[in-house]
Ligand binder design. Structure first.
Ligand SMILES: [Zn+2]
Length: 392
């Protein structure tokens, strides 16, 4: 048996006036996901445990079958894994943004989506002037970088704030607080001087999301499956690496509405020949949700259905492919009206449904239809095991 998990990031939503009370999933034409829901098991999964941030990293951990409460140690360590930086036992990894502050307010947490080329020069200079054997900067992409500090200098429980949460606010109240704050504040101040000299649009660094390397058993060890992941999102690539998944890069995968949907499906089918299971993640519906753009969200959902779900469904139902089970779900909702993630449960559908399973007949894959299902997975991270064991 082979297994495919198809993740439409942020797909689920709330009913909208603009859509006559329908949700984007309901309004979109999704024959393939409807087919999966009709011939399968449907229900709801809570991917974000209470009190945790509803990000794709936490929710993704649940989808991969790992309890975020037990394993999540911050965004920094995932960032490190995605950059191929091996953390040592005593390392604390911070996500390190290049940001723009004006009048002591958070003006732009992306420093105008600074280019990787410019950022690389900055990070190299910061490393040269501020780096020591216990403090190291690593270049990532655009405004997203990494700062690794030995735990003798900083406590991993130091309070830091995600810069995207305080846009337009005075930064004074949100600076690092706790053991190691003096060091972080010094690094921020000194980076300010260096960036000023470099005449960059970025005005300072902003360290946050810190943690030590998570100790997670591989997917092979935990579930006995050899897996691969296809995603454009570096955090999920990092998580995949930590779990021992093969990270497959697809040409033209952008993480946006112009992504190479069909290519992702085709690479997934190829990977399925060598692996027991493949995760395919598509970011586009989430991006449309953040923009509050209904039309784009519906288009992203329809493209995901047609080119990703459709391609995989069609190929795996043909003879010549091994028997395959498919799970479709979002990681978290990204409702149009909120323009950001929420921690609500998400609708899932598994095809085909096992003989022993309880089934609630539904007509399609959307919040209203799946609302008929009484199946609720309170701890979303247990869904994968049930899916693999054929219990659902
Ligand atoms: Zn998002």
């Amino acid at each position: 048996m082979k297994y495919v998990v198809l993740i439409g990031d942020g797909m689920s939503d709330k009913p909208l006036k603009r859509l006559n009370g329908k949700t984007p999933l309901e309004a979109a034409n999704t024959p393939n996901m409807d087919y999966i829901a009709k011939g399968g098991t449907t229900g709801w999964a809570n991917n974000v445990p209470k009190g945790m941030p509803p990000g794709s990293d936490v929710a993704g951990m649940s989808i991969f079958g790992y309890n975020p409460k037990k394993y999540y140690s911050g965004r920094g360590p995932l960032e490190a894994a995605s950059l191929g930086v091996k953390l040592k036992k005593d390392d604390i990894a911070f996500r390190c943004n290049l940001i723009s502050v004006k009048d002591r307010k958070m003006k732009d947490f992306t420093a105008g989506h600074i280019s990787t080329k410019e950022a690389k020069k900055i990070i190299e200079k910061l490393n040269k002037h501020l780096g020591t054997k216990d403090i190291k900067f690593y270049t990532g992409l655009s405004y997203r970088h990494l700062l690794v500090i030995n735990k003798k200098l900083v406590n991993k429980k130091i309070i830091t704030v995600p810069p995207h949460d305080i846009t337009g606010k005075k930064i004074g109240k949100y600076l690092p607080a706790g053991k190691g704050e003096d060091l972080l504040l010094r690094l921020m101040n000194e980076s300010e001087v260096i960036l000023h000299q470099m005449k960059s649009r970025a005005t300072t660094i902003w360290p946050w999301g810190q943690g030590a390397a998570p100790k997670m058993p591989s997917l092979k060890k935990q579930y006995g499956k050899k897996g691969a992941i296809i995603t454009a999102v570096h955090l999920l690539k990092g998580l995949g690496k930590i779990l021992g998944l093969k990270v497959i890069n697809v040409p033209g995968a952008t993480g946006y509405l112009d992504t190479n949907y069909k290519g992702k499906a085709e690479y997934a089918l190829r990977a399925l020949k060598k692996h027991d299971m493949v995760f395919v993640h598509v970011e586009a519906p989430d991006e449309a949700g953040h923009e509050g753009d209904v039309k784009k969200k519906i288009r992203a959902i329809e493209d995901f259905d047609r080119y990703v779900v459709g391609t995989i469904l069609k190929a795996t139902r043909k003879t010549g492919y091994p028997e395959t089970r498919i799970l479709v779900l979002p990681d978290h909702p990204t409702p149009i009206v909120k323009m950001t993630h929420t921690m609500d449960a998400v609708p899932f559908a598994i095809y085909p449904f096992p003989v022993s399973s309880f089934q609630f007949p539904v007509k399609g894959y959307n919040e209203k239809e799946i609302g008929k299902s009484k199946l609720k997975i309170k701890d979303g991270y247990t869904l994968l095991g049930k899916f693999l064991k054929g219990k659902l």
